[in-house]
Design a protein around this ligand. Structure first.
Ligand code: CMC
Length: 431
């Protein structure tokens, strides 16, 4: 009987073979370790979009896409959503364990004492046109943190890595709020460290010098929950980007800025902005049927935004929580948004349509989140920025894990070359 821990692969054309060990994690399917495949057989593997490829080992987040399970450090997302706070989740992602009270107090103190931006960073915003997309400003401002903190940072020093993590988690809301305020022409607002993380952010967003802000506590609670749900999602496109950039030894600010730009695309975090724009375009529940027809038409590039997921072939567990929360938040804030009716009709129609059923396309995390952001007064173009604030905790946890893993190598995929065969240079006169 063959060893169950080995997969044997025979290339019949060359009669060369490879014995590939299986690598098992705590949960999830075992992976075939193909590290020796090229040496043994002379072949690479081909998997565009990484549909079957694990790029790393990681102990941070686990997803079972068929069952609709999401765990941060082993804790089900439903339990964290019910009982935890975003900052506690950030601690958990970074450190692997839930904090004891003194550990949390110290973490909260550290985060709240790194919230200010360098005064010179403010000047960067003046360089943008007033209608610049906030994701463009965010990516640029975060990349520019490298210019402020690069010289005294060693990516090989655990204390420096931790400091970078604290700085990023602390400053991201300050920078995000600055992007918004610049676009509306308000003076930038300093962080108030006596407030909790999400409250502090909402004050930086919405408080004007002329009057105090009356903030409904429901808004802070809702945003905190959305931040928990967006905090990490294992090797998604932006996290993989952070890891790929991080694998070169680039500093954490440059690595996270790359993650922000990867997140921006509408197939990834940009979907929340795209969902709201699409719901507005659909306009009324009466137009849902024609939107579904367009989404199914292979000659039309139109897709239902906020639907489908590479990993979830069942309900995205985050979408379930957000859907319920959406109704609650709108009721508590006294908001009557007709877009919610459009979204519900769209979901209902898609979930009983064969096209969506056969392809296992369910609402994802972005489907209802935009309606909540809108109810909180957050402008549509800031939605993906909200996602980025939360995901920074996951990105930096992955960046640290990568640097703590012995034997990490630069990420360097191979390719199937489809260009011209070797040929001789043709002088201009003979072309
Ligand atoms: N509307 C219509 N058809 C769809 C959709 C959709 N939203 N999503 C997938 N399909 C179809 C697709 O055309 C394909 O059909 P066929 O088998 O006939 O060619 C099939 O379903 C499989 O789709 P895929 O594009 O191969 O799947 P993927 O795993 O490469 O892409 C996805 C996943 C999320 C990019 C895609 O579902 C999508 O574009 N969804 C809309 C954008 C969106 O909501 N993105 C947010 C994802 S969750 C949050 C995050 O990652 O940040």
């Amino acid at each position: 009987m063959s060893d169950p821990k080995i997969v044997k692969l025979l290339d019949e054309s060359s009669n060369r073979s490879s014995e590939l060990p299986l690598v098992s994690g705590t949960l999830g399917p075992a992976c075939i370790d193909i590290g020796t495949l090229y040496k043994d057989t002379g072949h690479f593997t081909y998997d565009p979009g990484f549909g079957s490829t694990a790029s790393t080992k990681s102990a941070i987040t686990y997803i079972d896409g068929d069952k609709g399970v999401l765990l941060y450090r082993g804790y089900p997302i439903e339990q964290l959503a019910e009982n935890s706070s975003f900052l506690e989740v950030a601690y958990l992602l970074l450190n692997g364990e839930l904090p004891k009270p003194a550990e949390f107090a110290s973490f909260e103190h550290d985060v709240s004492h790194h919230t200010m931006m360098h005064e010179s960073l403010k000047n960067f915003f003046q360089g943008f046109h007033h209608d610049a997309h906030p994701m463009a400003m965010l990516a640029a401002a975060v990349a520019s943190l490298s210019a402020f903190y690069h010289d005294d940072l060693s990516v090989d020093d655990p204390a420096d890595r931790k400091l970078a993590a604290i700085r990023l988690i602390a400053k991201m809301p300050t920078i995000a709020a600055a992007c918004y305020r610049y676009s509306v022409g308000w003076p930038l607002r300093y962080p108030r460290n006596n407030l909790e993380y999400v409250d502090r952010f909402l004050h930086m967003m919405f408080e004007v010098p002329s009057e105090p802000l009356q903030m409904n506590p429901v808004a802070a609670k809702a945003l905190d929950l959305l931040f928990i749900l967006h905090a990490d999602h294992e090797q998604n496109a932006s996290t993989s980007t952070v890891r790929l950039v991080g694998s070169t030894g680039a500093n954490p600010y440059a690595s996270i800025a790359a993650g922000i730009t990867a997140l921006w695309g509408p197939a990834h975090g940009g979907a929340n902005e795209a969902v709201l724009k699409q719901l507005e375009e659909i306009g009324t529940p009466d137009n849902v049927e024609s939107a579904i027809l367009r989404a199914k038409d292979k000659n039309d590039s139109f897709r239902l935004m906020g639907f489908g997921h590479r990993v979830y072939k069942n309900f995205d567990p985050r979408a379930k929580i957000i859907r319920e929360m959406c109704h609650k938040v709108l009721a508590e804030l006294g908001v009557n948004d007709p877009l919610l009716d459009v979204a519900m009709k769209l979901e209902e129609a898609a979930l009983k349509d064969d096209y969506f059923v056969e392809r296992k396309l369910y609402p994802n995390v972005d489907f209802y989140s935009g309606i909540i952001y809108k109810a909180l007064g957050i402008p549509t173009e800031m939605f993906t920025v909200m996602f980025a604030i939360a995901r920074t905790s996951g990105w930096i946890a992955h960046w640290i894990e990568q640097h703590e893993t012995p034997g990490s190598r630069i990420g360097r995929p191979r390719q199937v070359y489809t260009g011209a065969d070797v040929r001789d240079y043709v002088p201009t006169a003979r072309r």
